[in-house]
Design a protein. Structure first.
Length: 513
């Protein structure tokens, strides 16, 4: 019989107890109670976070939106038709995020950052959360630097600055997307990343936008985030947040970005659909009570950061589509109150050939002259007022101008010429120095004795003439960004010479006829 040495056994047992390591892999798993219309109700995820990504079978993900006592209401992303009742659901412990970075530039992606342009996977390994708290008051600085849209009517009367939120509002087919495209084209060579977010639009429309940007070489500094009308409401809901997260990457890395949300009316409708399916109580027009917060937390992320944080900026240009010009509806008034001004496009103006169809009376920029270069402030000071007064006078003058006094007739004549020179063709953004020269000509009455029908030709021939004979003038305006006495004198000399030549050619043409 072998000798049992108690102390040796004790020693071995003690060593084994000391070296024992317990490793338990804990995975929180729940199961689907019900599923339908892109919404899944999940039981068993007690520690789930709001906004967390949940993993479903077949590679489908969801976002936890409703955290209830016994279940979690989840919106599903991607192809959710294969999800069945009883399927297992895993927590990922990650808040919903999207890929961001330099690799996104020039790409067309969906709201999850997956490519739609057939150019292979997106080369980026950095991600930003979909929802982020906007920079605080102390982290910001006032809006001072201009964002030049290249559109005369906007840059002169309703200027937009870096870090501003300016609403583009109007009925369908009044040129809202046209303003966005011109603004993107005008950012060439200005170190501004443009992010165009299409929400609930037709695929053909998005394809047309991408083609336009590609043809003009603008995709080199643009990102297109598309959640088209055929996508589920959940994808349309997260699209603008994904675009904002991509823009924040550039804002936080001391760069400048501009986000166009086209349009937030459809975004609100997709959120309403999700909320009603999640059984949240409806409010006015069946929108949920937090539809204001939905847009305010999105648009507040646009900011001009202070110098300590790198002075980067994110500018937001949301679009709202009105029904029959009703700007006092629920969603339009909400977004008007969140933004720093609005550009109002009117169907009547558009149909009467005034394009861009901007109503100067109710359009406004709450940043005002701060977002303009000094030269533009000097020449366009009273332009918006003049235009608004002209619109009022024109309404009265419909009944005949014979009875009006000389001053009123002169004001009407000026207004007609102003309307004419503020017209602009699409895809032809104008550099700010040329805009300054044209408005300077108008302010100094160079157009007053030219027939209204000839104003467009006056503008068309002015720029080549000045570039050929007074080449330094436009360059000086662009560099100095202000009009001193010397520049004014040069501008007047150039305009005098051009006006003389223009009148001679007009006289010759009249004689020939």
């Amino acid at each position: 019989m072998a000798n049992i040495k108690a102390d040796e056994i004790t020693k071995i047992l003690r060593e084994q107890i000391e070296n024992y390591q317990q490793s338990v892999a804990v995975e929180e798993i729940g199961s689907v109670i019900s599923v339908g219309d892109g919404i899944a109700r999940v039981h068993g995820l007690d520690r789930c976070m709001s906004g967390e990504m949940l993993e479903f079978p077949h590679g489908v993900f969801g976002i936890a939106l409703n955290l209830e006592e016994d279940q979690v209401g989840t919106v599903l992303l991607g192809d959710y038709t294969q999800i069945r009742e009883g399927d297992t659901v895993k927590r990922t412990n990650r808040i919903m995020s999207v890929p961001v970075g330099e690799g996104m530039i020039g790409r067309v992606v969906d709201p999850l950052g997956q490519p739609l342009d057939g150019k292979g996977p997106v080369q980026t390994d950095q991600r930003n959360p979909l929802e982020r708290i906007a920079p605080g008051v102390v982290d910001r600085q006032p809006v001072r630097e201009p964002v030049q849209t290249g559109i005369k009517a906007i840059d002169s009367m309703i200027p937009i600055g870096r870090g501003q939120r300016e609403l583009i509002i109007g009925d369908r087919q009044t040129g809202k997307t046209a303003i966005i495209l011109d603004t993107i084209l005008n950012q060439k060579g200005v170190d501004m990343i443009c992010i165009y977010c299409a929400i609930g639009q037709k695929r053909s429309t998005v394809a047309q936008v991408v083609k336009t940007l590609t043809d003009h070489g603008a995709m080199e500094y643009s990102i297109v985030v598309a959640a088209t009308a055929s996508e589920p409401a959940t994808m349309q809901y997260i699209a603008p947040f994904a675009a904002a997260a991509m823009g924040e990457y550039f804002r936080d890395s001391k760069r400048h970005a501009i986000c166009f949300y086209d349009d937030l009316s459809k975004h609100a409708q997709s959120y309403r659909e999700i909320s009603l399916l999640l059984r949240r109580p409806p409010g006015r027009e069946a929108f949920p009570g937090d539809v204001f917060f939905l847009h305010s937390r999105l648009l507040e992320r646009a900011a001009k950061l202070n110098d300590k944080l790198g002075a980067g900026s994110l500018t937001a240009l949301p679009v709202i589509e009105t029904q029959a010009g009703d700007v006092s509806a629920y969603i339009p008034t909400n977004v008007i109150s969140i933004t720093d001004g609005q550009i109002y496009l009117e169907a009547d103006l558009f149909n009467s050939g005034i394009r861009p169809a901007i109503n100067a009376g109710i359009s406004v920029s709450r940043v005002g002259g701060n977002a303009q270069i000094k030269a533009m402030r000097q020449v366009a000071g009273t332009l918006r007022l003049d235009m608004a007064q002209y619109r009022d006078l024109a309404a009265f003058a419909q009944f005949g101008t014979d009875q009006l006094d000389k001053t009123t007739q002169a004001q009407l004549a000026r207004g007609q010429r102003l309307m004419e020179i503020l017209k602009q063709d699409q895809y032809q953004p104008l550099p700010v120095e040329k805009q300054v020269l044209l408005i300077f000509a108008s302010a100094n009455k160079y157009l007053d004795d030219i027939p209204v029908s000839e104003c467009a030709r006056f503008e068309r021939e002015l720029y080549p003439f000045v570039e050929a004979n007074y080449g330094g003038l436009l360059k000086t305006i662009a560099e100095k960004k202000a009009l001193d006495d010397a520049v004014r004198a040069d501008a007047k000399a150039a305009l005098d010479a051009f006006k003389e030549r223009f009148m001679q050619s007009a006289g010759a043409a009249a004689a020939a006829n």
